[in-house]
Design a protein around this ligand. Structure first.
Ligand code: FE
Ligand code: FE
Ligand code: ZN
Length: 283
């Protein structure tokens, strides 16, 4: 079984109910939501999310709660040692976010590891470790934080599997921190997705395949190694349909939730068509 969907909106008046409706309209059996706008920290109370109605709709459509992925907002930067108040804000927001994810009933929270703001990968990574430990030591849920592989633009940490492994190695509750692999990001970071079995082999050796929690399936507007992070529609970019579809259908990734974050085309979401094309493929 392939579990595939896209990011969907989470907005007034229907919130989670609207998100699930949107996912179903794409014939998806998975989705990714933000608990509010990804660029800010304003959040409405979960009481407004229409969760009960959403859950009924999910049940009626055999849409599993474990296939609802939550993405933390981009403003969280645990690595910011240059502005400690930003890192501290990230710790507090992340704690609150875990509570929201738990109220929703979702199991996985995707988080960008952070940017070191020129303090260096080592310092930034240590701040990420400390921030994550501070949050997780006090959190009793079993929600998994999936650190996303990054393109390496600016001072982003996490564009090499080794950088993520160095962080996870120092986490107290290791079972709570896994990885979200974004195809656009690792392509932009320099990994050759045409040799995907080798990439997966590296991932397994450095991070362990059992620690792969989520896949983001995106094409890229840029050449391999460009360190840009500009997503492109499936088959229209430098990764290409053939490579992406083989990742989606890869037997070792069967149970991993796959999420599209490709751009709208002429102000319309492309997800229904992209999902259908990816699923229809036969070798
Ligand atoms: Fe992301
Ligand atoms: Fe992503
Ligand atoms: Zn991206």
């Amino acid at each position: 079984m392939i579990y595939i969907g896209s990011h969907v909106s989470m907005k007034a008046p229907d919130y989670m109910l609207g998100s699930i409706r949107e996912a179903l309209s794409y014939d998806a059996n998975a989705c990714m939501i933000y608990t509010g706008a990804p660029q800010n920290s304003r959040r409405v109370p979960i009481g407004k999310f229409k969760l009960d109605e959403a859950k009924k709709l999910m049940e009626a459509n055999h849409f599993q709660m474990e296939r609802v992925i939550v993405h933390a907002p981009y403003i969280i930067n645990l690595a910011n040692s240059v502005k400690p108040e930003t890192a501290q804000f990230g710790v507090e927001f992340l704690s609150e976010e875990l509570k929201r994810v738990s109220q929703i009933g979702a199991k996985t929270l995707v988080l960008h590891p952070g940017a070191h703001m020129k303090a260096g990968v080592e310092t930034g990574s240590q701040w990420i470790v400390n921030g994550l430990n501070e949050v997780l030591d006090q959190d009793e849920s079993d929600i998994v934080i999936a650190l996303e592989t990054m393109a390496g633009k600016g001072s982003e940490i996490g564009s090499r599997f080794e950088e993520l492994a160095a962080i996870i190695d120092q986490i107290h509750k290791k079972e709570r921190v896994k990885v979200c692999l974004d195809t656009c990001h690792i392509h932009d970071a320099g990994y050759d997705l045409t040799q995907f079995d080798q990439v997966l082999e590296q991932f397994d050796q450095i991070l362990g395949l059992e620690n792969l929690a989520v896949l983001h399936i995106n094409d890229s507007k840029n050449e391999r190694g460009a360190r840009k992070d500009r997503h492109e529609n499936i088959g229209s970019g430098h990764i290409g349909f053939e490579t992406l579809v083989r990742i989606v259908h890869h037997p070792k990734l069967d149970d991993i939730t796959k999420i599209l974050e490709t751009p709208y085309i002429d102000s319309r979401p492309p997800y229904k068509e992209e999902i259908a094309r990816l699923l229809a493929w036969k070798e």
